[in-house]
Design a protein around this ligand. Structure first.
Ligand code: ATP
Length: 453
């Protein structure tokens, strides 16, 4: 079961501290959200899982964390200054603005239904900001609209400092900014978001095979995070809708509460980006239509170890949105079930490695010194295992604690009661089955670790 509506998720996220509208107390700003105490843990766990699978568990990738402020020269050569646009239309009747390709009824304003709309005109989605103390327009930067351009500009730095050979990849996670005309559907389409991107450099000719490999690998990864395979769709992007750099793109769509849309895109970016950022491009046989006359000072090329000629690698790019991942996984994990004939519960059946809180330790009686001290000790020992956040719940209301931890997806709750003082065991309650069992404190670390393997 998933959530039935987006409202159920929005309400849970606010109630339990996953997500808040940004600048809420001043009325909020559209398209911006803040991650609260549970949201930040959940998002970090998701990013960590991606980093683990893209960097730690592979022998052919490196990581990067580059600057967000990007030089206009970089975004000129990447094609973003000229082509990173959406078609904008104005409604002359109610003065609202829309993306022309997202008018649900053709040529009607979604707000007032007027047909008095302007012709679509290109609107560049990049945010600009001044660099330095004088804002006279002569020195500015863009907030990066995708994380990958600095991977391309650092290609040679990384190659030289790590002695990598093709094929290899560079992974990066971080913020990206797009001045979306109509942000909507909660955190699905926002103006400030995070991406997890891998640029995987391959020899031309091997690109089609690597592309297939990454499409399958990425679907497998989302399934491992807890998304049912039948809720993921592989969508071939039509030739006339491909981005300027792409030879082929396959979108991994997810059935969100508002409908099926893109969760991740896996593109074959060819030699477009490295070619565009390369000095003396004419020395190379570049297959894509790159920006001519690059002002770059560096050749982003590699030497073929056998044939000794220099070439510009092709790039396969799996690019996932962190926020769309958060939304998809919350939706997948959402359950509403009857506890008995009078009581219902909501729970997030998250995979334990993603749960914001890994375990809650609950002394049966609030402020009872013996119980609380022992609970603190248990909490601290579990925390030291380094598997994520463990909390102490000293409210004395077990029912309320169970409800809260079900709703935020905590895999286990440990209750320390008066018997614990005698038999040195605690009651462990499983989130999904609600089954309870006694586990001795001595065996608790091993028991707890098993949940995460
Ligand atoms: P869309 O067609 O939905 O606008 P896109 O094709 O422009 O997305 P890409 O440029 O391929 O998106 O970006 C890679 C990933 O970044 C997307 O799959 C998505 O998960 C995420 N992403 C892109 N734009 C946004 C946004 N405005 N808000 C949240 N996530 C986004």
């Amino acid at each position: 079961m998933t959530a039935q509506t987006m409202e159920e998720l929005v309400s849970l996220c606010k109630r339990r501290g996953f997500l808040f509208q940004s600048n809420d107390i001043y009325g909020g700003i559209k398209g911006l959200y803040d991650y609260g105490p549970m949201g930040v843990e959940f998002k970090n766990n998701l990013k960590q899982a991606w980093w683990k699978s893209m960097v730690y568990e592979r022998d052919d990738t490196e990581g990067l964390d580059a600057s967000i402020l990007s030089s206009p020269v970089v975004l000129k050569h990447s094609g973003h200054e000229d082509t990173f646009t959406d078609p904008l239309v104005d409604c002359r009747a109610c003065k609202s603005r829309w993306r022309a390709d997202q008018l649900f009824e053709n040529n009607k304003c979604p707000n007032c239904k007027s047909e008095d709309l302007t012709e679509p005109r290109p609107f560049n989605l990049m945010f600009k900001t001044a660099i330095g103390p004088v804002d006279d327009g002569s020195s500015f930067a863009y907030l990066r609209p995708e994380t990958c351009q600095q991977i391309f500009t650092n290609f040679k730095n990384i190659l030289d400092s790590t002695s990598r050979t093709i094929p290899f990849g560079i992974a990066q996670m971080g913020k990206a900014f797009r001045n979306e005309i109509t942000p909507r559907n909660f955190i699905f389409r926002v103006r400030e978001f995070e991406q997890m991107e891998l640029e995987f450099f391959v020899k031309p000719g091997t690109d089609d095979e690597w592309h297939e490999y990454w499409i399958n690998k990425r679907i497998e990864w989302w399934v491992n995070q807890g998304i049912k395979k039948e809720n993921l769709k592989k969508i071939e992007v039509e030739k006339n809708e491909l981005a300027h750099y792409s030879k082929r793109t396959v979108d991994i769509n997810y059935v969100f509460p508002h409908g099926e849309e893109e969760l991740e895109g896996v593109a074959n970016r060819t030699d477009f980006d490295l070619g565009s950022h390369t000095k003396n491009q004419y020395d190379f046989k570049i297959t894509s239509e790159v920006m001519k006359n690059s002002s770059s000072t560096t050749k982003l090329a590699v030497q073929d170890l056998e044939e000794k000629n220099w070439y510009i690698p092709y790039v396969i790019e799996p690019s996932a949105g962190v926020d769309r991942g958060v939304l998809a996984l919350l939706n997948e994990a959402y359950r509403e079930e009857n506890v008995d004939k009078d009581n219902k519960r909501i729970l997030l059946s998250l995979k334990p490695h993603l749960s914001p809180i890994k375990a809650a330790v609950i002394p049966l009686k609030k402020n009872n010194e013996e119980l609380v001290n022992l609970s603190k000790e248990i909490k601290s020992n579990l925390q030291k295992l380094g598997l994520g956040r463990v909390v102490l719940e000293n409210s004395g209301n077990i029912g309320k604690n169970y409800r809260r931890h079900d709703e935020i997806g905590t895999p286990i709750c440990l209750t320390v009661d008066f018997e614990t003082l005698e038999d040195k065991s605690v009651t462990v309650r499983d989130r999904d089955t609600m089954k309870q069992e006694r586990v001795s404190i001595e065996n608790l670390s091993e028991y707890y670790k098993k949940y995460f393997n």
